[in-house]
Design a protein around this ligand. Sequence first.
Ligand code: FPP
Length: 251
Amino acid sequence: MSAIVADQLAGSALAVVASEKMPRHIAIIMDGNGRWARSRRLPRTFGHRAGVETLHRIVEECGRLDIPMLTVYAFSTENWTRPQTEVSFLMRLLAESFGRYLDRLITEGVRIRHLGRCDRLPQDLLERIREAERVTARNSKLQLNVALDYGSRSELTEAIRAMARDGVDLRSVTEEQVSAYLYTRGLPDPDLIIRTGGEVRLSNFLLWQAAYAEYYATQKFWPDFGAADLHQALQVFATRQRRYGGVISAE
Ligand code: FPP
């Protein structure tokens, strides 16, 4: 059985990847918006706006490829340290984007879920997220998890506090119990983590969940990342041997 991983729209060479070699869950660190803008002598905010368009194109492409889950790192727990003007812009842009794309996401069968802290986000953004989660709750074509005020260390710290509050016996705690206290509870771990923008690090993203994920880093800035780049990442992923700490039989 095979799935076609390219099309004329994307303009990339037609390639075929066996469907059992396709990731079920892709996570993306969307980096390089600011540098993309600067390289064009534009304010950084233009890069973030272009980044939203890119995200929508990649969501569409994942839908076309029957990839059931996509998680994107939209704002980290550390991003609050950016200049106040950029933080405010990003919060407004995110709220506006949830509103602007909602109808299309509904039509495309996308289900939205927020991952991260809720207590520091502006009220209007939080309301947009809740609304998006509510109206897309029955969609099942593709789940888009938006990590927003997300950081793995904060997630794990909060999970430990919540387990203690709930009276979980921490001396015998299991991996399954820890997973059930994370923002990602109930979600499969990512198979493939893509980072754009040239850096090769996780930056506090899905540290627990990425234990056996494959990594793919590209120099492309996020606004330049297109369907052809996604196909390339998928082709590289298909060549990886995933052993989960074991050995391949007959080795
Ligand atoms: C990293 O680029 C990008 C961000 C911190 C923001 C990413 C957010 C979006 C693309 C919008 C997503 C939209 C929705 C609706 C979820 P950077 O600013 O760190 O770039 P740099 O490394 O070049 O400075």
